[in-house]
Design a protein around this ligand. Structure first.
Ligand SMILES: Nc1ncnc2c1ncn2[C@@H]1O[C@H](COP(=O)(O)OP(=O)(O)OP(=O)(O)O)[C@@H](O)[C@H]1O
Length: 131
C-alpha cells in the first residue's frame, strides 16, 4: 500500500471515530467511563494483566458501538420507513453493544473486587474506631 494511500485511509478511519464521538451520546459516555476506569486502574496500580483485561473490555465496547453506528447509518440510508428487517438489523447491533457493556462491567468488578474489598474492610475498621 502506498504511503499516501495509507495516510488517506487513516484519515477516513479517524473521521469515522470522530463522527461516532460527535453524534453518539452513548459513545461519549463509553469514553468518559473508560477514562475513569483507566485513571482508577493507574491510581490503584493494578497489575499489567488486569490492565490488559480492562483495555480489552473497553475497546470491545467502543468497537461494538462503532459497528452499531455503522449499521444504523446504513439502515437509515436504505429506508426511513418501518421495515421488520431494518428493526432486526438495528436490534441485533444494539444487542452486541449491550453484550460488550455487560462484559465490561463483569471484567471491571472482577479486576477491582480485591481493591474494593480491601477498601470496605479498611472503611469498616476506620468507622468502628479501630476495633
Ligand atoms: N426503519 C426502521 N424499521 C423498523 N424499526 C426501526 C427502524 N428504525 C429504527 N427502528 C427500531 O427503533 C429502534 C431504535 O432505532 P434508532 O435508529 O433510533 O436507534 P437508537 O438506538 O435510538 O440509536 P442511537 O444508538 O443513536 O441512540 C431500533 O433498535 C429498532 O428496533
Amino acid at each position: 500500500m502506498a504511503r499516501g494511500s495509507f495516510r488517506k485511509s487513516l484519515g477516513y478511519a479517524l473521521a469515522g471515530l470522530a463522527y461516532a464521538l460527535r453524534t453518539q451520546p452513548n459513545m461519549r459516555f463509553h469514553f468518559g467511563a473508560a477514562l475513569v476506569v483507566v485513571a482508577l486502574a493507574l491510581l490503584l496500580r493494578v497489575g499489567v494483566r488486569d490492565f490488559v483485561f480492562l483495555l480489552f473490555a473497553i475497546v470491545l465496547v467502543v468497537i461494538a458501538e462503532m459497528f452499531n453506528t455503522a449499521v444504523e447509518t446504513v439502515v437509515d440510508l436504505y429506508t426511513d420507513k418501518y421495515h421488520p428487517l431494518a428493526r432486526v438489523a438495528k436490534d441485533v447491533a444494539a444487542g452486541a453493544v449491550l453484550l460488550a457493556a455487560l462484559n465490561s462491567v463483569v471484567v471491571g468488578l472482577l479486576v477491582f473486587y480485591p481493591y474494593l474489598h480491601a477498601f470496605v474492610r479498611f472503611w469498616v475498621r476506620f468507622r468502628g474506631g479501630g476495633n
